[in-house]
Design a protein around this ligand. Structure first.
Ligand code: 2AM
Ligand code: CA
Length: 262
């Protein structure tokens, strides 16, 4: 399909950062055996990846705003457009040498995500979407899964780590959901969870306490693949209130009811 100049530029930026991160990832695998571990190295890789993305994206579009995980928000001269970027989503996986992490880039226009790229550089899978143009992985069109029964469906979430405040509610979600599904997965990257829902690999995904950069690109991927996505609480904007539930159309309402405890 015909893609916009913005999307082409986003893909190019993601590939550039992806290449740098793949190099860093190989180094991380070597550092696992050192007594200090790869912690400081990964923090540096993460920050450098964001710096590179900022240079690429703002270099090409200097009037846009920029919201990234690793630095303070930059307001653009054009207040209607901003980049929402996670240079490395799935940082804990990266740190442990697990090849399940990604670069996530979204373009927001007037409060709506209009273009998205999620690059799993370790697996060479680039998920991308443009508003009205469908969702894609590399050259293939994506479609959410066709499953209609919760009991046949696999749902992903993030199980909060290190005593995050959302842990008790998530454990309650799991207690309600797990018995009525074919399984729950927690693979540690919000952006890839949403890309996988778009690809029909997961049937649904929910998470409490997410940040805009975790889910911005994923929101467009899911919707352009024919899926539904919203915050957990009625009326909340997932990019503002920080929770997400998404699935295909037949599963969405029932799944969200279970998560809401209705
Ligand atoms: P990160 O790897 O970029 O930190 C894991 O469930 C998911 O939650 C990952 O996408 C991870 O993103 C994200 N995450 C990690 N810490 C978080 C926090 N304090 N608030 C919200 N999301 C977080
Ligand atoms: Ca993240």
């Amino acid at each position: 399909m015909q893609t916009s100049a913005n999307l082409n530029m986003m893909k190019k930026a993601a590939r550039k950062v992806g290449r740098a991160l793949v190099k860093d990832f190989r180094e991380v695998e070597n550092l696992q055996v050192s007594s200090k571990g790869p912690g400081d190295f990964v923090t540096k890789a993460d920050r450098e990846a964001e710096k590179l993305l900022r240079e690429e994206l703002l270099g090409a579009r200097p009037t846009y705003g920029f919201l990234g995980e690793e630095s303070a928000e930059t307001e653009g001269a054009d207040p209607t457009r901003r980049w929402i970027v996670d240079p490395l989503d799935g940082t804990t996986n990266f740190l442990h040498g697990l090849p399940h992490w990604c670069v996530s880039i979204a373009l927001e226009h007037k409060g709506e995500i209009v273009a998205a790229v999620v690059l799993d550089a370790a697996k060479d899978e680039m998920f991308w979407a443009e508003k009205g143009g469908g969702a894609w992985m590399n050259e293939s069109r994506l479609r959410v899964s066709g499953r209609r029964q919760m009991i046949e469906s696999i749902f992903a979430t993030g199980v909060p780590f290190g005593g995050k405040g959302t842990l008790p509610a998530t454990l309650q979600d799991l207690a309600r959901l797990a018995p009525v599904t074919a399984g729950v997965r927690s693979w540690g990257s919000a952006a890839l969870n949403m890309a996988y829902v778009a690809a029909g690999r997961f049937d649904g995904y929910w998470e409490r306490g997410v940040q805009p950069w975790d889910i911005a690109a994923g929101l467009l991927l899911v919707r352009e693949a024919g899926g539904f996505a919203s915050a957990i609480r009625e009326g909340d904007d997932p990019l503002v209130k920080g929770s997400i539930v998404c699935a295909n159309e037949p599963l969405f309402d029932g799944f969200r009811k279970v998560i809401r405890g209705e």
